[in-house]
Design a protein around this ligand. Structure first.
Ligand code: CU
Length: 247
């Protein structure tokens, strides 16, 4: 292969990568950022795009360029390529560069994970229960009757820990706007925490195929002002006879 062909391939690869990254970053992949965790997850996704688009583009350019420039032409049916018995320098390079990229990305992803799972000074806990085919939420406060509801209310700006359980099969508690999700597994309690940063109503969906009604297993989370939330919870608690706890 001549030097200018290599240079041509590299030039096409670089230009296509720049276009590919620009296109990938211009696409609005996710819903609104409803939690403080969402921005960090989205940043991670952007970094992954910037790192992986050139890899994909470069491989495609080598394949397509070879099909274009080095394809078999009429009369070359019996021609064989040059006998190559390996290239140590090349093999070291194509092992070392991906290894370094993966190590860098894994380290960054781990730092983001630690960050978004970090326990805050104060947090409230909501019990989330999945069952075929509905979500329900339980609020337990010491000395108050347990509130059981099928609509989730949480206060804006306060860290909320979801303790997630299932009464039958495996479900998955997912609020796309919060970017966090976890399986609801019978017999164990899983959890994650988020800090909602934006008032509004967001979809809650089940992200684990759990039976015929899986697609209808939806509910809504309302992020409201802390004072509105306290008022809502107090009203719910007062509506129940003292001491009555539902499942
Ligand atoms: Cu489900």
């Amino acid at each position: 292969m001549r030097r200018h062909q290599l240079a041509q391939m590299l030039l096409i690869g670089v230009i296509a990568s720049i276009i590919g990254i620009a296109v990938a970053l211009s696409i609005n992949w996710f819903p609104v950022q409803g939690s403080s965790q969402a921005r960090k997850v989205d940043d991670l996704y952007d970094v992954l795009l910037i790192a992986s688009v050139p890899v994909f583009v470069l491989v495609e350019v080598v394949v397509l360029y070879s099909v274009w420039k080095f394809r078999m032409r009429p009369g070359e049916e019996l021609k064989d390529g040059p006998p190559i018995h390996g290239n140590t320098a090349l093999e070291i390079i194509w092992t070392a560069i991906p290894a370094m990229m993966i190590f860098g990305l894994v380290t960054y992803a781990y730092i983001v994970l630690r960050d978004i799972e970090e326990k805050p000074g104060r947090e409230m806990t909501v019990q989330v229960t999945g069952q075929q085919f509905a979500w329900s939420y339980q609020y337990k406060e010491p000395g108050k009757p347990t509130v059981n509801t099928d609509v989730l209310y949480i206060p804006k700006g306060e860290s909320v820990r979801f303790n997630i359980r299932s009464t039958d099969v495996i479900h998955d508690f997912w609020v796309p706007a919060f970017r966090m999700k976890s399986d609801a597994v019978p017999g164990i309690t899983t959890h994650y925490r988020i800090t909602p940063v934006r008032k509004g109503s967001y979809a809650v969906v089940c992200a684990e195929l759990c039976g015929l009604g899986h697609s209808t297993m939806r509910s809504t989370v309302h992020v409201v002002d802390p004072s509105t939330f306290r008022g809502w919870l107090a009203q719910k608690q007062a509506a129940k006879p003292a001491g009555a706890a539902t499942s």
